[in-house]
Every structure is written in structure tokens, then in C-alpha cells.
Write a new protein. Structure first.
Length: 400
């Protein structure tokens, strides 16, 4: 007899996703991927703008298909009396609410922490904003781009003689989304001990600063300000991108001394290993011109396939510079099932990123891609106990 399947790790957890765009909704997506029931609550006439971001197919936004996966969708205008009352009823059934309104907005609607926690003392309220809930910038509009600028990321990104460079994707938002999912799970773990929920205050400007490493410590202790170095590193060399004989590109890293030595032997420059400065990564970085000439010259005489094969045999570290076309057919990603296919009623089979990590006993799963705006409104409200007449009245009020 086949044993029943093990429930996913977050089965039984209920999440209300009131947020828009990326950081807050991504946190809810991460929870939904591992079994939480996520209900996406959107304004009746102003849905999450991510539905319209980027390319679309047949009028359907593709970014939303990724960000909205594993979420039921309903509409609710929280600024109306009926919308407020309905949200409080939903909050009473939820474990987590994720929101990213400007500070004071929920309070303006009488839906602040005081009201929500009164409706459900065990609720965890994750508040994701650009600058946090207090401080001189708290009420400013906040986006990931501003966090990438403020945190120091843009200042160290780009060529030394070029301008500060912003990433071409939602880096700060994505980091904050992952951090928010972690913060929510931390708060839920604390709830197991205390029996009480709490507020998570996530400022998008903070997690990206954390992943930038010890810059504040360096400045505090040494007055050191990290410069822009392009693809090079101040901590080791050779570390760069190099063009191959067939016009492709590879990236090389030598963070470990043994890797750097293997690489010099591979490219036919073993005498460099004997140089006094070769013994530390920082000293090698100060001689990056010499090392780049040696490595780049060798790579330029070989095709990308030859380079990768030679590096692999030498146990040196290299990776091809891949665009999305390469990623879709990469054998390592294929082995890991990093990309998966999701059947979608609107667009048919969709290939997208799989769940973020693998669990041996209670894996996550993608059950559906992002659903149409408000597709589950009536079902969610009926499950909440509202009658058909009450739902009709909410529609007349404009709350749905």
C-alpha cells in the first residue's frame, strides 16, 4: 500500500498578499511555493502593476504568471467600509498579511496593527516599504532602484572611469522579498513560543546593504571606500570576463590560492606563481594587468568549448557567460530541474523558474501560474461565510 503523500512544510498556513509589484509579492510567492495558502488581494480597478510589466502574450502579462503563481486572486477596495470589514474578517482567518502601502495608509483606513491584531492576536503583519515605517524618508515613494542607489551598490558597480551602474532587473526588491519570507518565518517561529503575532518592518534599503558585505566596517575602521573596479576584484586576481576565439565570453574566478596556481599552469605561465606578490589574493589584484594579459591571451586562442574543457580538466574555475537562451538548455540547470513547466489555462505550457530550493522530505511545488484578476473573489468570500446577497452588496458598494 502506497503511503499518503507528505504535506508540504507550510500546509495550513494562510497568507493574505496585499502588496504590489515585487518585494512583498515575491515573499508571498516563496511561502506559497512550499504549501501556504496565499490569497492575492487586489484593488477592483487597479490591479497589481506587475500584471503589465514587461512583455506580454495575447494581452496576458508574463511576469505576473511567475510572481502570481500558487496564489488565489480576489478583489477588495480596502478604503471602502465594506472592504475594510471584509479584510478584518479575512485577517481573523489568516496567519500572515504582507502589505507595502506607504506608512500610515492602512491606519488611514482603520486597518492598522491595532485593528488587525485585535481581529487576530496571532497575526503576523509584514510591512514592506522602501524606507521602513519611521525616519525622515519613511513617507517617500520607495522603489528598489532607490535602494540600489542609496545602499552603495550602484557606487561600486561599473567600470572605474564610467558612471555608477544600476542593475537591469529588480535586484533590491528581490533581495528584500527573500528577506521578508525569512522574517515572516522567524516571526511565526516566535509565535509558537509566545502565542502572539507581531509586525515585521522590512525596509528595502536594508537587505541589499547586508549582502554588500563589510563596506561599513571597512569605512568605520580604515576609512576605506570601495571603488568601482568593473569585472575585476580588489580581493583576488585573475577575476574577469574574457573573450574566446569564437567570439563567446567566459568568466574566471580565483578566490582560492590553489585555483590561481592551477590556472597559471594551465595558461602556460607557471613562473608567475613564484612571484612574491602571487601568494595573496589582494597582492594578485594589484597585478591584475599582468594576470589578465596571461589568462586573456590564452583564452583568446581557444574556443569557448575548448576553454571550459581545459579548465575542467585542470580543476580551475570557469563559467560561460550565458544569456537566457543558454540557461534554458544548460545541462546543470536541467539536472537540478531549475526550470519547470507549468500548464496554464490562458497560455498553455509555461517554462519558468522552479521553487527556490529542494527539500528531501517535504518539497515545494508550483500548482498553477498567476491567475486572472479577481478570479477567486466569490469563492474566497463564500468560504469566509459571506452570503450571495452580501457579496452582491459589496459589489454595489464598489468594494469588490
Amino acid at each position: 500500500m502506497t503511503p499518503p503523500p507528505t504535506p508540504p512544510p507550510l500546509a495550513g498556513l494562510r497568507v493574505l498578499d496585499l502588496a504590489t509589484l515585487f518585494a512583498g509579492p515575491l515573499a508571498a510567492t516563496m511561502l506559497g511555493d512550499f504549501g501556504a495558502e496565499v490569497v492575492k488581494v487586489e484593488h477592483p480597478t487597479r490591479p497589481d502593476p506587475s500584471r503589465g510589466h514587461g512583455p506580454s502574450k495575447d494581452g496576458v502579462g508574463l511576469w505576473w504568471k511567475l510572481l502570481g503563481r500558487n496564489k488565489r486572486t480576489m478583489t477588495l477596495d480596502l478604503s471602502t467600509p465594506g472592504g475594510r470589514d471584509t479584510l478584518l474578517r479575512l485577517a481573523a482567518t489568516a496567519d500572515v498579511i504582507v502589505e507595502n502601502f506607504r506608512p500610515g495608509t492602512l491606519e488611514k483606513w482603520d486597518l492598522g496593527w491595532e485593528e488587525l491584531s485585535e481581529a487576530n492576536p496571532r497575526l503576523v503583519l509584514a510591512r514592506v516599504t522602501g524606507f521602513g515605517q519611521f525616519g525622515p524618508y519613511a513617507r517617500r515613494p520607495g522603489f528598489g532602484t532607490l535602494a540600489e542607489a542609496m545602499s552603495g551598490f550602484a557606487a561600486i558597480t561599473g567600470d572605474p572611469d564610467g558612471p555608477p551602474t544600476l542593475p537591469p532587473f529588480g535586484l533590491a526588491d528581490s533581495i528584500a522579498g527573500l528577506a521578508t519570507a525569512y522574517a515572516v518565518m522567524t516571526a511565526l517561529t516566535a509565535r509558537e513560543r509566545t502565542g502572539r503575532g507581531q509586525v515585521v518592518d522590512m525596509a528595502i534599503i536594508e537587505p541589499i546593504l547586508t549582502v554588500l558585505g563589510p563596506q561599513p566596517l571597512w569605512y568605520d575602521q580604515l576609512g576605506h571606500v570601495q571603488p568601482r573596479t568593473g569585472n575585476r576584484s580588489t580581493n583576488n586576481a585573475p577575476r574577469n570576463t574574457y573573450r574566446t576565439a569564437d567570439g563567446r565570453w567566459v568568466a574566471v574566478s580565483t578566490s582560492a590560492q590553489s585555483i590561481a596556481e592551477r590556472l597559471m599552469r594551465l595558461v602556460g605561465r607557471p613562473e608567475l606563481i613564484a612571484e612574491p606578490w602571487f601568494a595573496s589574493g589582494a597582492d594578485r589584484a594589484r597585478h591584475a594587468d599582468v594576470l589578465d594579459e596571461a589568462v586573456g591571451g590564452w583564452i583568446a586562442r581557444h574556443t569557448r568549448a575548448e576553454v571550459i574543457d581545459a579548465f575542467e580538466k585542470a580543476q580551475a574555475a570557469v563559467a560561460p557567460i550565458q544569456d537566457v537562451r543558454d540557461v534554458m538548455t544548460d545541462p546543470q540547470y536541467e539536472a537540478l530541474s531549475t526550470l519547470t513547466t507549468v500548464d496554464d489555462p490562458e497560455l498553455g505550457p509555461l517554462r519558468m523558474q522552479n521553487v527556490l530550493f529542494r527539500l528531501s522530505d517535504t518539497p515545494g511545488a508550483i500548482h498553477w501560474a498567476g491567475r486572472p484578476h479577481g478570479a477567486d473573489t466569490d469563492a474566497v468570500l463564500t468560504e469566509l461565510g459571506l452570503t450571495e446577497r452580501e457579496i452582491t452588496l459589496l459589489r454595489k458598494e464598489g468594494a469588490l
